[in-house]
Design a protein around this ligand. Structure first.
Ligand code: PLP
Length: 387
């Protein structure tokens, strides 16, 4: 058996260095549990950074991948494909508005495409995004992202982007005008610290966009696919966007993104955008199986119930370093009075994997299939570590 130390040393020797890594080598997963190279078990509250809402190695997804891998793995969108046709129909069937769909390979790519489509459809180029917003690391997505430490080394970025305080309707109304192509918002800010939109904010954003002829782009890369207690977080509000951006848990952990464009905008001009792997049949098969599992196992409902229970239990603990606990469904953040990093290491040492969301928010993003015994264990470990 290869040791954690061997894997870590080998990876360290060849990796880019871009990722601040944790000292553990994960080699196997099942549901909400991960195993390191030496067989130690961890309860997963990282959830593939949002890509593993369905849990690790869901049997229906594994079977779909295995079958499709032996049938056809590569089929660019210049051809039609059975898996893609079936998946597009299934995804369109669960979206909260009638839409045409562009398939791509990641969250940042979905954002890039959404920004390009907004320019194409509006004939304008300015974009209003939000402070603490996170939309990815490619140049366009980065221009919409707020965090200065992600942006500054790469300036100059794409021109025409402005950032207004998240949740502030008046600031948004003052910034959007007749040259605004799009307003880009997350229904809950994930990376930015698990910050929920105040009631009425998305509705107000919709009205502001309508008043000025701007498109409303909703980034559900992290909130989508059951995470907040609805298949899509915007269903909490009933707001209908012009463009919806999806990725992370869309294909149960495999790299895939999607852009849903409201049908009222019609189809896009041929050749205006594209990507080699878009609509890949293997990913479509995986995403289709995942979508069926989200529905069959009522994962949005599970997120609502487990999230409410977890939030209530955590709030009752009165942990000294915790300033505030926020959440929607199983997207949960504990805002600390100090930096979160040392606590993440202490949790790992005790077999719980968790995420930061900014410098002082501890974020829990477990697979929605996590069992209550595992959640109990997470709570007990948090209590130990945060006392
Ligand atoms: C993770 C994330 C992205 C970027 O997705 P990648 O697949 O990492 O490029 C965009 N928007 C939000 C809200 C995210 O959480």
């Amino acid at each position: 058996m290869i040791s954690n130390a061997t894997i870590i040393a080998t990876e360290q020797q060849h990796t880019s260095g871009l990722y601040p890594k944790r000292g553990v080598a994960l080699v196997r997963g099942e549901g909400a549990r991960l195993y390191d190279a030496e067989g130690r078990v961890y309860i997963d509250c990282v959830g593939g950074q949002g890509a593993a809402n369905l849990g690790h190695c869901h049997p229906a997804v594994v079977a779909a991948i295995q079958a499709q891998a032996a049938t056809l793995m590569s089929c660019p969108e210049i051809f039609y494909n059975d898996q893609r046709a079936a998946y597009l129909q299934a995804l369109a069937g669960v979206l909260p508005f009638p839409a045409r769909i562009f398939l791509c390979n990641s969250g940042a790519e979905a954002i890039e495409a959404g920004l390009k489509f907004a320019r194409l459809l509006s004939g304008r180029h300015e974009v209003v995004a939000t402070m603490r917003g996170f939309h990815g690391r490619t140049m366009g997505a980065l221009s919409a992202t707020w965090e200065p430490k992600y942006r500054e080394p790469f300036a100059p970025l794409v021109p025409g982007f402005a950032h207004v305080p998240y949740g502030d309707t008046e600031a948004l109304a003052n910034r959007v005008n007749a040259s605004t192509a799009a307003v880009l918002l997350e229904p809950v800010q994930g990376e930015g610290g698990v910050r929920l939109a105040p009631a009425g904010y998305l509705e107000a954003a919709r009205a502001i966009c309508d008043r000025h002829g701007a498109l409303l782009l909703i980034d559900e890369v992290q909130t989508g696919f059951g995470r907040t207690g609805r298949l899509f977080a915007l269903e909490h509000s009933g707001v209908v966007p012009d463009i919806l951006l999806l990725a992370k848990s869309i294909a149960a952990g495999l790299p895939m993104g999607a852009v849903a464009i409201h049908e009222r905008h019609g189809s896009l001009p041929g050749g205006a955008h594209g990507t080699t792997f878009g609509g890949n049949p293997l990913l479509c098969a995986a995403a289709h199986a995942a979508l069926q599992a989200y529905r069959d196992e009522e994962l949005p409902r599970q997120a609502t119930e487990k999230g409410a229970w977890l939030l209530e239990r955590l709030t009752a603990l009165h942990l000294p370093p915790v300033r505030e606990i926020r959440g929607l469904g199983l997207l949960v953040g504990l805002e600390l009075k100090t930096r979160v990093q040392p606590y993440l290491q202490a949790l790992l040492d005790q077999g719980v994997l968790a995420l930061p969301a900014g410098p002082n928010v501890l974020r829990l993003l477990p697979p929605l299939v996590i069992g209550y015994e595992d959640l109990e264990q997470v709570i007990a470990t948090l209590q130990t570590v945060l006392s």
